[in-house]
Design a protein around this ligand. Structure first.
Ligand code: AMP
Length: 438
């Protein structure tokens, strides 16, 4: 039997894992400058956290969840036991906003009137989707949540930070579109939702069965339907921009004014609704124009002013975004930016080569000292000849090779070869750490 990673998942082999670490580090550094602190939440939570947070009429909850069953619960079920109580069912997280909101309420991190709580996370998410380029069942997101700020400047700050992140990663501005919309709030969205529901039912004959079926539960999703017939019909549907209440209109206009002042180009996208139920007012998405095909969204987010209350917390406005690591990877790869990017590839600074076996314990000890001093060092553990040790050093792209030959060692010395210039120098064994630190 041969084993394979499950469909829709893949291994982050060292090269890609290093890019992930490096992108995560850039994100944490950049977002840290805006006041974001790291948070980790469990990879699985009570299913109800996601149902409450994301909404059961969404595809993510309705179709794509992975449930977590313990061996114990499975055995009980197999013996004809009762199905587990809903409250005890666990699920893998399909995104992290709900988990962060749950944690913020559980630990009372946000206090009404207090400074906003700003959190950044990175990790794997799980959705049972049809695997294709840019769409996986396990994928990695890096995201932020800002809790406690209702002002439009907070929306603008988050969007500016997101665009800065993509710029720092090297994605050219002219390859990206920033889409912006307002989804209204409790006072204007219900009437709009009703309008769309009526519109769908009036055009039921021309829309796909799925859009008609969802007319009741989640009519706005019809804007996201990929079916060309549905897209044509929905292009003439009423727009939320025409029915925003005064407060939502004022908020939206202020966000735009901040973005204009910061020279951030955006496109108003009155049909952008985004798939998760919790958004209120501002929503945004960044798409790339080349390199990703249909899965062209590299990040998106919005405001969710009711979410914390939905988890039993005190009224706390919030907003955030998540970016998809795999899609960023694919974009950078298509731009050939990965080749030139300065991603640390783990080449050792020095390879310790021995001419005679008797010197191996000394090489071993020097490697230990170098590593303890913060210098990456490698040596041979397979009793190779000197020639193959050099080949290995070349393959590992070591910057230097330290040759421990019997004549030099007799004088307490070694030969250090600079692999780029091929220059060699003789130095005392006791000087190697200082020399390589230089
Ligand atoms: P969402 O949580 O659906 O708003 O997605 C935020 C970002 O995560 C998207 O813009 C994508 O970059 C990424 N993403 C979402 N779903 C997937 C998936 N199945 N595979 C890879 N990336 C994804």
């Amino acid at each position: 039997m041969t084993y394979q990673a499950p469909p829709g998942t893949y291994d982050l082999l060292p090269e890609r894992a290093q890019v992930f670490n490096s992108i995560r580090q850039s994100a944490f550094e950049l977002f840290g400058r805006y006041g974001y602190l790291p948070i980790e939440t469990p990879v699985f939570e009570q299913l109800d956290v996601f149902v409450r947070g994301i909404g059961d009429a969404t595809d993510v909850i309705g179709k794509e969840m992975y449930l977590v069953l313990s061996q114990h619960a499975l055995a009980k079920l197999a013996q004809g036991g009762k199905a587990p109580e809903v409250s005890s069912i666990l699920a893998l997280r399909p995104e992290q906003t709900a988990g962060v909101a749950r944690a913020v309420v559980q630990h009372q991190l946000a206090s009404p009137g207090g400074a906003p709580v700003k959190l950044v996370y990175a990790g794997p998410m799980f959705r049972h989707e049809h695997p294709q380029k840019g769409r996986y069942r396990e994928f990695r997101q890096i995201g932020v949540e800002c809790l406690g700020a209702a002002e439009p400047s907070a929306d603008a700050e988050v969007i500016i930070m997101l665009m800065r992140f993509f710029a720092e990663l090297g994605i050219p501005r002219d390859r990206m579109r920033l889409l912006l919309n307002s989804m209204g709030d409790d006072s204007c969205r219900p009437a709009y939702r009703q309008q769309i529901q009526d519109y769908i039912l009036a055009h039921a004959g021309d829309l796909c069965a799925e859009c008609v079926r969802r007319a009741d539960s989640n009519p706005l999703r019809a804007f996201d339907c990929k079916n060309p017939g549905c897209q044509t019909i929905m292009a003439d549907a009423p727009l939320i921009a025409d029915v925003l209440c005064d407060e939502c209109r004022t908020h939206y206009d202020a966000v735009r004014a901040y973005l204009d002042a910061a020279d951030i180009d955006y496109e108003e996208a009155p049909r952008l609704v985004r798939g998760l139920d919790y958004y209120t007012r501002t929503v945004f998405e960044v798409q790339v124009t080349e390199g990703l095909g249909a899965q062209n969204a590299i990040g998106g987010g919005g405001r969710y002013d009711r979410l914390i209350e939905d988890f039993g917390g005190k009224p706390t406005p919030g907003l955030g975004f998540a970016v998809g690591f795999e899609r960023i990877w694919l974009v950078l790869e298509s731009l050939e930016a990965l080749k030139s990017a300065n991603f640390e590839l783990g080449a050792p600074r020095v390879f310790l080569a021995t001419v005679e076996n008797a010197a191996r314990p000394l090489a071993f000890e020097l490697a230990r000292q170098l590593r303890d001093a913060g210098i990456s060092a490698e040596l041979d553990h397979q009793a190779r000849s000197l020639k193959s040790q050099f080949k290995l050093a070349d393959r590992l792209k070591a910057a230097f090779v330290a040759i421990l030959g019997p004549d030099e060692l007799a004088d307490g010395k070694l030969t250090l070869r600079d692999m780029a210039t091929r220059e060699e120098s003789l130095l005392a064994l006791t000087d190697i750490v200082e020399r390589l630190r230089a």
